[in-house]
Design a protein around this ligand. Structure first.
Ligand code: BG6
Length: 483
C-alpha cells in the first residue's frame, strides 16, 4: 500500500449524508487501522458557519451509535481530533484557497514521512454544485507534492436527471479530471452480497449451466422501505423513485446478475461487461410499468401539492441477447411499504414432464437477500418426511448471521472509501456505464415528468398498488409458498 500523507476532504460536511454515512464510514476505517493517525487528516468543508468543535459535536452521536464501551469512546475522541472544519461557499476562490492552505499545512507537518501526498475529495453534495466545486478543486486544491501522489474525486448520485443533464455534467467534470480520478459512487456496489455476485456466478459449477433463458423464467430485483421520504421530501420530489433507486442501485445489481464472465477481475474488464448488458436492454414498454405514490406523500410541505412524482415503481426490463431473450427482469422499488428489504429473486421454469404434481408447491427459486440479515437460499421441492410419497417446498439456507457468527460485515461506504484510497475503480460507475443507464430510463422519465404517466395511489404500509402484482403475474412470476 502507498504511504505518505493522506488528506480526506468531505465537502458538504454539515449535511445529512456526511453525518450519517461518510464520517461514520471514515471512523470505522480508522478503528480498524486503515487510516493511520500519523498520516491522515480529515477536513470538513461546507457553507455553514460553525467551528471545528461544533462540527465535532454534530457528528459525535453518529459515531457513538449506541456503543458505550470506554475503548470506543476513546477512539471517537482520537478520531475527532483528526478533523478540521473550514467554512466557505462552493464557488469561492478564497474559501478553497483557505482549504488548500490547511491541507498543505497538514502535509508540511507530516513532511518527515517518506512518500507522496494523497488528496481525496468526497462530494457529499447535490449534483448542481459539482461543476463549481470541481472547478475550485482543480483551480486551488490539487496535490502539488514533488514526491508524487494523487488527487481523487468521489461523487454521489443522483448524477444528473436524465441523459442530457448527465452527459452535460460528465463533460464538465471530464474537462477537469481524467476518468481514473473520478469515482462515481453507487453504494449498492459496496454491499456484501452484491460483491458476492461475481463469485457466486463464476466460481460455482452449479450455476453455470442454469443461468440462462433455458432454465430461468424471470428475475426480480426488489427494494422496499417501510418508511416514507421523511425530511427529504424536497429532494425526493425532484427525483422520484426511479432516479433515486432504480436507475442506479437496482440497475447495477441487474448488471452483475446478467453480465457475461469478464476476461479477468480487472476493473475495466468487469465494467466492459456491465456496459454490454446495459446496451442490450430494449426500450421500456409503458404497459410494463406500474407507478405508485403513497397517500400521505403530498402532506409534506416541501412536496408540490400536485406532485406527479412516483414513490413506487415496478418496471420490466428485457435484455436482447442470447442468454436472456424472453426473460423479464422485474425491477421494483418503493417507499412507505410494508417492510424493509432488498433482494434478488431468480425464479426457475417448471420441471418438464412433472410426475409428482409438485407444481402446486411452487417453483424452484434462488433468493439472495441483500438486506436486512444477509442470506442466500434455494427453494426446492423435497419429499415430505414420513410414510406418504408427497412433496413439500423446503429451503437450502445460507444465512450469514448463523454461518459467519462474529464476522462484522463492513458498511458499503466503508468499503468504497477504502477502494478509493487504494485506487480500485471496480465498484464504481464508469462514464459510459452511466450514459447507458440513463439511456434506458430517460424516455420513461420524460413521460412521467410530462404527466403522460401517472402514479397510482397506495396506502402507506401496504404492498404498493395491486396493479404491480398483476404486472408481476403477467411477466410470469408465480407466487411461491413459505419464505
Ligand atoms: C439512497 C437513497 O441512495 O439509498 C435513499 O437516496 C435510500 O432514498 C437509500 O433510502 C437506501 O440505502 P440502503 O443502503 O439503506 O438500502
Amino acid at each position: 500500500p502507498e504511504t505518505g500523507c493522506l488528506s480526506i476532504i468531505v465537502l458538504g460536511a454539515s449535511g445529512d449524508l456526511a453525518k450519517k454515512k461518510t464520517f461514520p464510514a471514515l471512523f470505522n476505517l480508522y478503528r480498524q487501522g486503515f487510516l493511520q493517525s500519523n498520516e491522515v487528516h480529515i477536513f470538513g468543508y461546507a457553507r455553514t458557519k460553525i467551528s471545528t468543535d461544533e462540527l465535532r459535536d454534530r457528528i459525535h452521536k453518529y459515531l457513538v451509535h449506541g456503543k458505550s464501551d470506554s475503548e470506543h469512546s476513546e477512539d471517537v475522541s482520537k478520531f475527532l481530533q483528526l478533523l478540521k472544519y473550514v467554512s466557505g461557499s462552493y464557488d469561492s476562490v478564497d474559501g478553497f484557497r483557505l482549504l488548500d492552505k490547511e491541507i498543505s499545512e497538514h502535509e508540511i507537518s507530516k513532511n518527515s514521512l517518506e512518500g507522496s501526498s494523497r488528496r481525496l475529495f468526497y462530494l457529499a453534495l447535490p449534483p448542481s454544485v459539482y461543476p463549481p466545486v470541481c472547478k475550485m478543486i482543480k483551480h486551488c486544491c490539487m496535490n502539488k507534492s514533488d514526491l508524487g501522489g494523487w488527487t481523487r474525486i468521489v461523487v454521489e448520485k443522483p448524477f444528473g436527471k436524465d441523459l442530457e443533464s448527465a452527459e452535460n455534467l460528465s463533460t464538465q467534470l471530464g474537462n477537469l479530471f481524467d476518468e481514473p480520478q473520478l469515482y462515481r459512487i453507487d453504494h449498492y456496489l459496496g454491499k456484501e452480497l452484491v460483491q458476492n455476485l461475481l463469485v457466486l456466478r463464476f466460481a460455482n459449477r452449479f450455476f453455470l449451466p442454469l443461468w440462462n433463458r433455458d432454465n430461468i423464467d424471470n428475475i426480480q430485483i426488489v427494494f422496499r422501505e417501510d418508511f416514507g421520504t421523511e425530511g427529504r421530501g424536497g429532494y425526493f420530489d425532484e427525483y422520484g423513485i426511479i432516479r433515486d433507486i432504480i436507475q442506479n442501485h437496482l440497475l447495477q445489481v441487474l448488471c452483475l446478475v446478467a453480465m457475461e464472465k469478464p476476461v479477468s477481475l480487472k476493473p475495466e474488464h468487469i465494467r466492459d461487461e456491465k456496459v454490454k448488458v446495459l446496451q442490450s436492454v430494449l426500450p421500456i414498454k409503458p404497459e410494463e410499468v406500474v407507478l405508485g405514490q403513497y397517500d400521505s406523500y403530498r402532506d409534506d410541505p416541501t412536496v408540490a401539492d400536485d406532485s406527479n412524482t412516483p414513490t413506487f415503481a415496478t418496471v420490466v426490463l428485457r435484455i436482447h441477447n442470447e442468454r436472456w431473450e424472453g426473460v423479464p427482469f422485474i425491477l421494483k422499488a418503493g417507499k412507505a411499504l410494508n417492510s424493509r428489504k432488498a433482494e434478488i429473486r431468480v425464479q426457475f421454469k417448471d420441471v418438464p414432464g412433472d410426475i409428482f404434481r409438485s407444481k402446486k408447491q411452487g417453483r424452484n427459486e434462488f433468493v439472495i437477500r441483500l438486506q436486512p440479515s444477509e442470506a442466500m437460499y434455494m427453494k426446492l421441492t423435497v419429499k415430505q418426511p414420513g410414510l406418504e410419497m408427497s412433496t413439500i417446498q423446503s429451503e437450502l439456507d445460507l444465512s450469514y448471521g448463523q454461518r459467519y457468527q462474529g464476522v462484522t460485515i463492513p458498511e458499503a461506504y466503508e468499503r468504497l472509501i477504502l477502494d478509493t484510497i487504494r485506487g480500485d475503480q471496480q465498484h464504481f460507475v464508469r462514464r459510459d456505464e452511466l450514459r447507458a443507464a440513463w439511456e434506458i430510463f430517460t424516455p420513461l422519465l420524460h413521460k412521467i415528468d410530462d404527466g403522460e404517466l401517472k402514479p397510482l395511489p397506495y396506502k402507506p404500509g401496504s404492498r404498493g398498488p395491486v396493479e404491480a402484482d398483476e404486472l408481476l403475474a403477467k411477466a410470469g412470476y408465480v407466487q411461491t409458498h413459505g419464505y
